[in-house]
Design a protein around this ligand. Structure first.
Ligand SMILES: [Zn+2]
Length: 347
């Protein structure tokens, strides 16, 4: 074997070694911290001032960690004296658009959409304040609660379903809710004591609730709860049609503190945000409504209406800002999901 052969063998061995090395190399390590920071930064950039509440709640504050699987009667139902003090939740009702009225509270929202054949009510707040805020609020605004024909429930949490049983019994309104949330109501009779409407309409994706020439289109957006609903519909602002996207569930109160099933739960949530962002864009939604003032500033905006004059409607933030809301929610959910992926990789 001469020197030339040795060089060839050596080169071949080196090549084989290189190949083995390349093939056996672990994939580049993910920089989870950098991915997390990028997701939060994206959410922060999109939030601006408009969605600071959404950013803080979903990116910064500690999450609940789990879902409620208990079946106990809430304190404020067992003993109405334990309901939070009125000044913590009372807000004046407001006529927000020509045909859309706010009848919620300081923290939680309820909306009445009027049509020539009756009223579609969206969400019903708590059992302890729905009578005063919804029934009383409608009366203050000159609306007749007997005209409520449909109640659309964004999801079965006590801060939204609280008045549904009372309103269904009193006025015979038909309640619309997602299938898994109907199941929750039926599964936890104590948790939903005084707030369990009997099953009327099970929402399906793209379902249209039409009354008096007005239509609310329902989109299934599981995540916040398995049956969370979001809507697209229109209202009139001084006679001009305005397109609205109503986001039915925001916070991460599903199992979110363990990789299984947290990663999957976040994916369900993210997929719903993407889907509803597309639906909002498709109708050119320029108004974003939520069921918490923390996310859409309803309480503050209602008080701005009086000073509007000939200026823009305080709720009309534009199509770009509506999309920004979804960017915040998606970015914060992705950030939390990255942390779970990091824990899974480390285990
Ligand atoms: Zn909720």
């Amino acid at each position: 074997m001469n020197v030339r052969h040795l060089i060839v063998i050596g080169a071949a061995a080196a090549l084989v070694g290189l190949t083995v090395n390349l093939a056996g190399q672990a994939p580049a390590r993910r920089d989870f911290d950098a991915e997390y920071r990028a997701a939060v930064q994206g959410a922060k950039d999109a939030a601006g001032f408009e969605f600071l509440g959404t950013l803080v709640r979903t990116c910064l504050l500690p999450q609940s960690g789990g879902e409620n699987t208990s079946d106990t009667v809430p304190d404020y139902v067992a003993n109405p004296a334990k309901a939070p003090p009125r000044d913590s939740w009372y807000a004046d009702p407001a006529k927000v658009f020509d045909d859309l009225y706010f009848v919620g509270g300081k923290v939680h929202s309820s909306w009445a959409l009027t049509t020539r054949d009756g009223i579609i009510l969206i969400d019903t707040i708590f059992p302890y304040n729905s009578e005063e805020l919804i029934v009383g609020g409608m009366q203050k605004l000159g609306l007749d609660p007997k005209q409520i024909k449909y109640i659309i429930m964004s999801h079965a949490h006590a801060d939204h379903i609280g008045g549904a049983e009372m309103l269904q019994k009193k006025y015979g309104a038909k309640v619309v809710m997602g299938a898994p949330d109907w199941e929750s109501v039926e599964k936890y009779p104590n948790r939903y004591k005084t707030m369990a409407p009997k099953r009327d309409i099970v929402a399906t994706d793209g379902m249209k609730i039409t009354l008096g020439g007005r239509t609310v289109t329902i989109w299934l957006t599981p995540g916040h709860t398995p049956g969370t609903l979001s809507y697209t519909f229109t209202a009139l602002d001084r006679g001009r049609t305005v397109n609205i996207a109503y986001s039915g569930g925001t916070a991460f109160n599903f199992v979110n503190n363990t990789p299984v099933p947290g990663i999957r739960n976040f994916q369900t949530y993210i997929d719903s945000q993407k889907k509803f962002a597309e639906k909002a864009a498709a109708v050119n939604a320029t108004v974003l409504l939520s069921n918490h003032s923390e996310f859409d500033n309803a309480y503050n905006k209602n008080r701005m209406l009086a000073g509007r004059g000939s200026g823009p409607h305080p709720y009309e933030i534009g199509a770009k800002a509506v999309q920004d809301y979804f960017t915040v929610m998606e970015g914060c959910a992705r950030a939390a999901q990255i942390r779970l992926e990091q824990r899974q990789a480390a285990s």
